[in-house]
Design a protein. Sequence first.
Length: 118
Amino acid sequence: MLLAYASILILLVIATLFAGGSLIAAKLVRPRVNDTLKRTAYECGMETVGETTVQTNIRFYTYALLFVIFDVEALYIFPWAVVVRSMGAVALVEMGIFLGILVSGLAYAWKMGALQWE
């Protein structure tokens, strides 16, 4: 049992060394140019007039989070559907509870107006 954890620890150390080594190598071999034009924001076209910041509506993020939640739910349901006959009635009850929680979350989001696009 301890040997399995040791191999995970070794892989974690190797991954950390690889990531750190890559960052250090990139810092060592990158060109060093101190130019004021390089530090400005690059945009194609004409110079901007006025303020360039754009406020994004929170509804976009709400839709994205709801999509991710129900997309991950599909990742659980498809493999479950393949093996449900071999797992028995307990798996069916467990998936019913899981889907009930998801449907209650969807009902709550609907009630709070998260799905309204106005």
